[in-house]
Structure formats: C-alpha cells, structure tokens
Write a protein that binds this ligand. Structure first.
Ligand code: URP
Ligand code: ZN
Ligand code: ZN
Ligand code: ZN
Length: 487
C-alpha cells in the first residue's frame, strides 16, 4: 500500500518547491511531479512540511506532590492534531542517587501502551553517585543521548554545581548532550520565603520570586560549567533577554550552546499572573514564569537570528483542581502549563503571519533543528527520500479560535484560550499513516507510537571534543632539576 501527498508545496528548513510525495512502508519513497499511489492525500493549496517535534514534554509526570494530568494518550493525540508527530519526554528518577533504569522502565510502561505519536526520552540527573555515573552509560546504550539537570526546585530535583560538573564530564565522555533548567534555585527559595512572609501568597508571588536575573545568572553558570567540562549544552525554556544574552554571547565566542524558547513565553506575558481570578492566574504558573512583554522581542529576534534554535512547549499540564493545591501559598502551585496542540498554529499565526520568521525558519525551529540537535536527523525532521513519513499537510487558510471546550487535551482550560489562529493541519501523517484528518479521522489510537532511539556522538560533540583536546592545558616540559623529586 502506498500513499501519495498530491498537489502541495513542500516547505523544508531550506527550500520551498512544488512537488508530490510518495510514501511506502512508512517512509518517503519518492519526491517529484505527477506521482501516484493507492491513497491520495490532497495537498492542493497547502504546505507539506516535516511533522513537528516537541523536544520538551512532561506527560503524566509525578511532580510537586501530584502527577501531571495530561496522559501519554491524550497528550500525544493532542500533539498530532496540532501537527506535532514526535515528542521527547523527560524521565525523572524517583531517587537522587540512582534509579535511572527503574525510572526508564516506569516511563516505558506508560508510553508503550498509550503513545499515539512517536516519542523519545531525555533522562534527568537529580543527584550524583557512582550508581548514577554507571547507569548513565546504560541509558545511552538504550538510545537516550540527552541528560537534563535542574538548577532550580531546591530540596527536590535541584543539583549543585559540583554535581552538574561531574555529570557534564560524564556526558562529554559518553557523547551525550546535557540539558539545563537554568534558574538559581537558592535565590528562588529565598525569594519565595520573602514574598510569602510579606503576605504575597497568590500566583503573582511566583513571578516576583523568579525574576529574569535569576535565570540569566544560572544560564551563564551552566554555560561556564559546560565549557569547563568540554561538552555542548542545551538550555531549556529560555524565557528572558538575560538568558538569551548569555547564550548569544557564548555562541559568539564559539561555544556550542543551544536555546529553547517556549511558545508560551513568545506570546504570553507576566500580566497573566496579576489577574484577579486566582484560578486564571494559577493555571499559568510555570517556571520560568511568563515575562514582561519586552522579553518577547528578544526571543523572536533570537529565532530569526539563529541564536535560539528551537521552540518547545514544556507541556506539563495540571487541572484547575490540582493547581488549587497552591491556595495555601504560590510555592505549592504545581508548576507547568500546556501547549502541545497549539504550538504550531500559534507559532505560525504569531510568527510566520506577522513576518517575524519565515516559513522555512518555522520548519527549522519546530522540527529540523530539533532533529539535528537531538541526533535523529534525517530520520525525523526532513522531507527527504528515506526519511520517516512524518508529515503535516498545513492549510494556511484554515482558522479556529483556541478553546478548552474543543481541544483534544484533557485539561479543563487552555492558556491560549481565545487566540484566533490561522494555519492548521489539514492532515497529519505519522510514518505514512494518516493519524489526523480534521473532521474525518479524528480519534486517538493509543499504542501505535514508537520509541525513537537516538545515538550518541553527534557531529557537534565530536567537533567540540577534538577542539577541546587540541586546546587543552598541557604541562610545560622543563629540565629535570626543576621537576618534583621522583618524577
Ligand atoms: O514549570 C515547569 N516548567 N514545569 C515542568 C518542569 C520543568 O521545570 O521543566
Ligand atoms: Zn544533590
Ligand atoms: Zn524546567
Ligand atoms: Zn520542563
């Protein structure tokens, strides 16, 4: 059985051209004019793009005394309906001194049974021990080449600088890429106490206790630690000019640093936390918080300038009922928002339609750059012969108003409620199967998604390790009388 995507304009990270796409055995078999196949997907008037990859999700994540309510089934289905064909989720060990393999088993149990889209994992390092050191190698052997470190969430997931340095060195040796949640956790904890003591107990206290400087400082520190360890580094949810500045400066110095703004930070600002409706404000509590609007210009500029490479969601969705755990004080509001379903339409509407980014940049930041950085290109992130046929047929004229009432996500609200978006998937194909056809084939199929293993030693790791070796400090050879006795 073959499928042909007919009459569309192919948009990749570097080209725009008219062509048909033939799909066989789940892969792209041919690209060219006048192709035919058993099933025809109508792409007339539409753009044919690589399916989106969301590099940052937390489906059913146990966190802050509860578990994110978005399930693997609902989250990956929401993703497909919005044009995202692969998610990369964070595996969190239950202990800080090991348990990486146990955690992976727990994630596999949930994902295998439920995933509608393909998926991959990042592993979190939440402490340091010989066991963590040993298990990291086994994790890499299992197809996971990225390790996330939290500089925030003191007393829970946070690691200290020495732990991070040890883990980064291990990443360098294994050809893996460290990821960092960059906020100074000690200062956040102190500011949380300060505002709680002052009676600022509502969601606005969340924003006040995590100012952009706290993120900028931690981003600089993470970059310095990565440089000392000789490893590239990927900063997740870059939300502020301060963090972007640190990334930009490092890149200009030749350092291998990546930055990942979220669609939320690009389009929503901190006034959301000042809403008089507690539920409204608490639903938007995530870390880092939404920022003053001025930061948005910086993030958009980073995407077009190339100093920021990818757009994610950090989808970590809690119900209103769960958010209300924080009525006793903002530090207890479960941190996280949603966006899996809306990332592509919102980015298209606020980015491509406004001329902030081009269609090709849109493909780069939602798919191709992510596949390259995570070392899964061109199997994913490409419209190329041999690539997985993860394709979105994007209708630039299709509009809707985002609303929790009509979304596929099972959460009872949506942070983009009321956004009018133009540019939506007409069809989404995953490994050649039509998994979403608006109004026609609109049902989740849990369990069809497959794990996508990712090999270590991407080109950037290799280049950096060669350069670091050439430029490493070396001892100066001196006459024997100047050498310590016995050497
Ligand atoms: O608030 C957030 N971002 N929740 C998810 C966990 C994390 O920090 O990425
Ligand atoms: Zn620790
Ligand atoms: Zn984070
Ligand atoms: Zn996250």
């Amino acid at each position: 059985m073959s499928t042909v995507i007919k009459g569309g304009t192919i948009v990749t990270a570097d080209r725009t051209y008219e062509s048909d796409v033939l799909v066989e055995g789940g892969r792209i078999a041919a690209i060219g004019p006048n192709l035919s196949g058993d099933t025809v997907v109508d792409a007339e008037g539409a753009f044919v793009m690589p399916g989106g990859i969301d590099p940052h999700t937390h489906l059913e994540m146990p966190f802050m005394g509860t578990t994110a309510a978005e399930t693997w089934a609902s989250g990956t289905y929401a993703a497909l309906s919005g044009g995202t064909t692969m998610v990369v989720d964070f595996v969190i060990p239950a202990r800080t001194d090991g348990g990486l393999l146990d955690a992976l088993a727990a994630w596999e149990e949930k994902a295998t049974r439920q995933a509608c889209s393909d998926y991959s994992y990042h592993m979190c390092v939440t402490g340091w021990s010989q066991t963590v050191f040993d298990e990291m190698e086994q994790i890499v052997a299992r197809g996971i080449n990225t390790f996330k470190h939290f500089m925030a969430y003191k007393g829970a997931l946070m690691v200290n600088d020495d732990e991070m340095f040890a883990s980064f060195q291990r990443c360098a040796a294994l050809g893996a890429l460290p990821l960092v949640h960059a906020e100074n956790g000690d200062i956040v904890a102190a500011l949380q106490k300060k505002f709680m003591d002052a009676g600022v107990t509502g969601p606005e206290g969340h924003a006040y206790s995590r100012p952009p400087e706290v993120e900028g400082e931690a981003t600089n520190r993470a970059i310095m630690i990565a440089d000392a360890a000789g490893v590239p580094v990927y900063i997740v949810h870059t939300s502020s000019e301060q963090a972007h500045e640190a990334i930009r400066r490092a890149r200009q110095k030749g350092m291998r640093v990546y930055g990942e703004p979220l669609v939320q930070h690009l389009t929503l600002d901190e006034t959301e936390y000042f809403n008089r409706d507690w539920d409204y404000a608490a639903r938007r509590v995530m870390s880092p918080p939404f920022r003053d609007k001025s930061h948005q210009d910086s993030l958009w500029a980073g995407l077009s300038a190339g100093s920021l490479q990818v757009v994610a969601t950090d989808h970590c969705a809690f119900t209103t009922e769960q958010k209300r755990f924080g009525l006793k004080g903002f530090p207890a509001i479960p941190n996280g928002t949603g966006g899996l379903e809306d990332r592509m339409p919102v980015l298209w509407t606020k980015g491509v339609k406004t001329g902030r980014i081009t269609m090709n940049e849109f493909v780069a930041v939602t798919s191709t750059n992510i596949a390259k950085i995570l070392n899964v290109y061109p199997r994913k992130g490409a419209i190329e012969v041999g690539a997985d046929a993860d394709v979105v047929v994007w209708d630039p004229d299709k509009s809707k108003t985002i609303s929790a009432a009509t979304q596929r996500s099972i959460i009872d609200y949506n942070v983009f409620e009321g956004f009018e978006v133009t540019g939506l998937p007409r069809y989404t194909l995953s490994r050649g199967e039509i998994v979403f056809a608006d109004g026609k084939n609109d049902a989740p199929r849990p369990g069809r998604g497959q794990f996508v293993p990712r090999k270590p030693f991407g080109a950037v790791n290799k280049a950096l390790s060669v350069w670091k070796d050439i430029t490493a400090p070396r001892m100066i050879e001196r006459k024997p009388e100047y050498m310590p006795i016995g050497v």
